[in-house]
Design a protein around this ligand. Structure first.
Ligand code: ZN
Length: 299
């Protein structure tokens, strides 16, 4: 009898421990430090979004600034394996070789990565990084590009053919419509098929190895006139498997007030980090989520 009680208590303790483990905050490492965008403002903004949700515990560990003395780089050694998601807000010089190796090893072993906006401009020629991001800000001879045609089919443009990478003219930036291309994915589940994003910079013609790229959402890039886009449905959020890891790239979010206050961006950031880390999403669609007619901006 005593033994049975002991086992039962043991089971209860074990169950409680498992439930606690499931609800434990997801540890996210945010890296900025260099970027041609205002990372000093966008990093705290994204950190705030993650922390406020209660689902994440974040650590900011910025790379040394441009032209920092070598001793600073020698001392900079992110412990990627202490985290389940790495959020990259970095667009700058190449990391030290060992840091690069540690990062690739972390992703291969199952680590999650979320790449925001200009972070896909970074690290030209770093083969593994380009592989895991899939589509990057690269000259049009330097990789394959993807878009989705009117029938919903993925079209590949080979290196040197098709559209150049870039974004529309600043004066022509606009609130664009997001279109969900994979409604079954945990990140997009429950979203309206079309919803209006806050005025933002719309990347087009991103290039890269373009292997195993799973496009989750696109936006139509208005051609000509002040917008000066491509007239194509451009991939905006996609994911690529790399080893055991999941890498989500989101090219929205030029600045805190340019794209990053959209309730849609906010949810995508939360769900992308959660999914990259755990393979599932628990964060629901908020009541004020944008619709096809109405954008939703957090003030
Ligand atoms: Zn930008």
């Amino acid at each position: 009898m005593k033994l049975i009680s002991f086992i039962m208590v043991g089971l209860l303790v074990f169950t409680a421990a498992s439930a606690f483990a499931a609800d434990e905050p997801i540890k996210v490492l945010i890296i900025g430090g260099q970027n041609n965008h205002d990372w000093k403002a966008t990093t705290p903004h994204m950190k705030g979004i993650l922390e406020k949700s209660g689902r994440f515990q974040t650590t900011v560990y910025d790379a040394p600034e441009k032209d920092a003395p070598p001793a600073q780089w020698d001392a900079w050694r992110p412990k990627f394996r202490d985290y389940t998601c790495v959020l990259l807000n970095y667009n700058g010089q190449m990391w030290p070789e060992q840091v690069g190796k540690d990062f690739v090893e972390y992703v291969r072993a199952g680590g999650g990565v979320v790449v925001i906006h200009a972070a896909n401009n970074s690290f030209g020629g770093w083969k593994e990084y380009e592989q895991m991001v899939g589509l990057l800000w690269r000259y049009f001879t330097n990789g394959t590009s993807l878009y989705i045609d009117d029938a919903g089919k993925v079209v590949r443009e080979e290196p040197g053919k098709g559209r150049q990478m870039g974004h529309g003219d600043w004066a022509g930036w606009y609130a664009w419509t997001m279109t969900v291309r994979d409604a079954e994915h945990p990140i997009t589940q429950g979203m309206p098929e079309h919803w209006l994003h806050q005025k933002d910079e719309l990347y087009h013609g991103q290039r890269g190895p373009a292997e195993n790229v799973n496009i989750l959402l696109t936006a139509y890039s208005e051609p000509g006139g002040k917008h000066n886009g491509t007239g194509k449905n451009e991939p905006i959020i996609w994911w690529v498997p790399f080893g055991q890891g999941r890498v989500v790239t989101n090219v929205m979010g030029h600045g805190v007030d340019v794209g990053m206050k959209c309730v849609g961006f906010k949810l995508l950031l939360l769900r992308s980090c959660e999914w990259a880390a755990t393979g599932r999403c628990t964060i629901p669609i908020p009541a004020d989520f944008p619709t096809a007619e109405k954008m939703s901006i957090e003030r």
